[in-house]
Ligand binder design. Structure first.
Ligand SMILES: [Cu+2]
Length: 114
């Protein structure tokens, strides 16, 4: 959580050069979590979802109640050590989950205008 706050503060402080890409945020996933569960990024910034667990997981966006949509994050099975990087191009709140464990593994990406 401290990491997320620090990254947000850097962006707000204008440290990111005009048109420059902020560092990619990494969300680790495993049995049965996304960590950090909530991250905030700027429009155009990427989030890397890294499977730090032992079994396969996926990442797919959903609505707030957990219905899979897969419009922003198209799920593909991630084996241990594999990752999927997603660039968020529209501001808003993106709910996501693991399609294999949708009731256990959920997270949120808050995408804000830079
Ligand atoms: Cu899973």
């Amino acid at each position: 959580m401290a990491l997320v706050t620090a990254a947000g503060a850097s962006c707000a402080g204008g440290i990111t050069a005009a048109g420059g890409k902020a560092a990619t945020t990494t969300v680790r996933l495993g049995e049965y979590f996304f960590r950090p569960r909530v991250v905030t990024v700027h429009v155009g910034q990427a989030v890397r979802f890294l499977n730090a667990g032992r079994i396969e997981h996926t990442v797919a966006d959903s609505d707030a109640t957990g219905n899979i949509r897969s419009r922003i994050i198209r799920p593909r099975p991630l084996k241990r050590g594999a990752s999927q990087t997603v660039v968020f191009r529209r501001a808003g709140v993106v709910h996501y989950l693991c399609t294999f464990h949708p009731t256990l593994m959920k997270g949120i990406v808050r995408v804000v205008r830079g």
